[in-house]
Design a protein around this ligand. Sequence first.
Ligand code: AMP
Length: 297
Amino acid sequence: MEFKNLGVNDALLKAINDQHYDTPTPIQEQAIPPTLEGRDVLGLAQTGTGKTAAFAVPTLQNLSLQRNQKQKRVIRSLVLTPTRELAIQIQESFESYGRYLPLKSTVIFGGVGQGKQVAMLKSGVDILVATPGRLKDLVNQGHVNLAAIEIFILDEADRMLDMGFINDVRQIIKLLPQKKQTLLFSATMPKEITQIVDQLLVDPVRISITPVSSTVDTVEQSVYFVDRNHKIDLLADLFKKERMDSVLIFTRTKHGANNVVKDLEKRKIKAQAIHGNKSQEHPDVHSETYYHASPEP
Ligand code: AMP
């Protein structure tokens, strides 16, 4: 699959080529075509999946198709993201992907003076990337008008919730026109976000991208809730029940690692600690804090 097969136009293909992206990532492959068609998109994806280009590229293309050069610029796309760092990165992405298009973007975030941001807004922008608090401030002061938004992007929705911005987000959504295209990205779907999705998105295309670091299917995972005093008993019990020839145990501290070894040895389970305070000669695995424990038959 190539970007040109996704319906991306030449100006954007050239900019993507400048970034040396060979092929679209899975989220780009799945999100770009429906976004170009004007559909709402719900993307379950984390940072690192290429989601910024997945929403920025088709947004730029859609905005550029309809831009009337004679009109004064008004904000036609709003990207809401929880942190200043993300906001800056996203706006840089819009700048790089949109370098051959006649569109302007700017970024606003809190914790700094607002003078420069207001001046940029006054000069006219098509795309605004913002964190919620500063956006609300500038809307209240009359520096930002959201009445002409055509494409709204809510990025990292679950982090908005974690960081306590969800009410700001809800208030901002109320200021947007009813008719618009919405793209919502979240790594997880807590119920508050599901509610927003249900109210905000119209017949969305749902895309779910497994994070790169997810565990392979062949690895079985379990969690045991156990109080501190019984952890070793539980471990010994697991060794008894299932035959394990080679086991790695990770602990939080070096001291904890030594204690696990002592406790296992008391139960006749051979174990060794490997951590930064031990020489690397023996055993021959180099790592910070982990164990190799082999139960005796
Ligand atoms: P994101 O998930 O949007 O934060 O992107 C993560 C990183 O992947 C960024 O550094 C992008 O520049 C890079 N990236 C995005 N799309 C592609 C692609 N198709 N090929 C290679 N790198 C990419």
